[in-house]
Design a binder for this molecule. Structure first.
Ligand SMILES: Cc1cc2nc3c(=O)[nH]c(=O)nc-3n(C[C@H](O)[C@H](O)[C@H](O)COP(=O)(O)OP(=O)(O)OC[C@H]3O[C@@H](n4cnc5c(N)ncnc54)[C@H](O)[C@@H]3O)c2cc1C
Length: 258
């Protein structure tokens, strides 16, 4: 019986997301055409970064919507995919349990680490999956259609999806699903998405993630969350460091020795 875990791969993306967002932002305030604006970024990359940072921080997130990212998500449990598909601005196609019958090899499933860590519970979990797999196969063999036999498949049953969305939809999704309050498996998936997006387009996704990355938390008990504490401590340290550098820079230079 195959045990599996979630894996995320980027399949497709818009070719120039940072420039596209900068062009969308600048079009709002410029007498120039979008074509002329788009042509300028090659020679003014710093201006492009500044423009994107400004609109992102100001919350003018419609400018992110012109960029699409398409991911393959494999080995995600039905428990987690249920949560994923609640995000109405992402688009989904998911492996069907109606049209695909898991024969012979059995159905793939995800085992929570907290169960896997306990050998007695882990064995019991595997036995249960095995019994369910056997019942599923017996039903199919008895002529029950796949769409009915699947009723015995558990939340742990894994499947594959293609998930696409624009940069704004992913940004919003990551705010909720990389938070420590989110369930572990969807967080695991979301951190894979976050790492990919930050590597692909570091400016666009500079402050993507849970709200603590942006310096606040609205969750009850949030200020006690270890991640919130770690992030805000790091921000305070960075602020102190920046203030120190500023103070050093404004100190009069020592007299030159001859
Ligand atoms: C930690 C956590 C625990 C959760 N627990 C539960 C639970 O116990 N039970 C449960 O049912 N769900 C639960 N959820 C799911 C949650 O309620 C949302 O359905 C899910 O997170 C999708 O988020 P969303 O609705 O904000 O955004 P999306 O669907 O991703 O949409 C993004 C944004 O678009 C806007 N938007 C989208 N659709 C509309 C609309 N129709 N009208 C107005 N504005 C709209 C909103 O501003 C929204 O925030 C949980 C989520 C998290 C992160």
């Amino acid at each position: 019986m195959p045990e599996t875990s979630v894996n995320v791969t980027l399949l497709e993306k818009s070719p120039h997301p940072t420039a596209m967002t900068a062009s969308a932002a600048r079009t709002c305030y410029s007498a120039n055409t979008p074509q002329a604006i788009t042509r300028r970024w090659d020679s003014r990359p710093d201006d492009m970064v500044k423009t994107v940072d400004r609109v992102r921080a100001a919350g003018h997130h419609s400018t992110l919507e012109h960029n699409i990212y398409v991911f393959a998500v494999t080995g995600l449990s039905r428990a987690a995919s249920h949560q994923l598909v609640r995000h109405r601005h992402l688009q989904f196609d998911q492996q069907s349990q109606r049209y695909l019958a898991f024969k012979a090899a059995g159905f793939p499933y995800v085992k929570p680490k907290k169960i896997a860590a306990r050998s007695d519970l882990s064995r019991r979990f595997d036995d249960l999956m095995s019994a369910l797999g056997q019942a599923y196969e017996d039903f199919l063999a008895a002529g029950v259609p796949g769409e009915d036999a699947r009723f015995v498949l558990p939340n742990a049953a894994a499947s594959h999806l293609i998930v696409s969305g624009n940069a704004r939809a992913w940004y919003d999704y990551l705010t909720l699903r990389t938070c420590n309050m989110a369930q572990w498996e969807i967080r695991e998936m979301s951190f894979q998405v976050l790492r990919i997006l930050k590597k692909e387009d570091p400016v666009l996704f500079r402050d993507a993630g849970a709200t603590c990355v942006r310096g606040y938390c609205n969750e009850i008990g949030g200020p006690k969350c270890p991640r919130y504490i770690a992030v805000t401590r790091a921000q305070i340290r960075a602020g102190e460091e920046a203030r120190r550098r500023l103070a050093d820079a404004s100190r009069p230079a020592p007299p030159h020795s001859i």
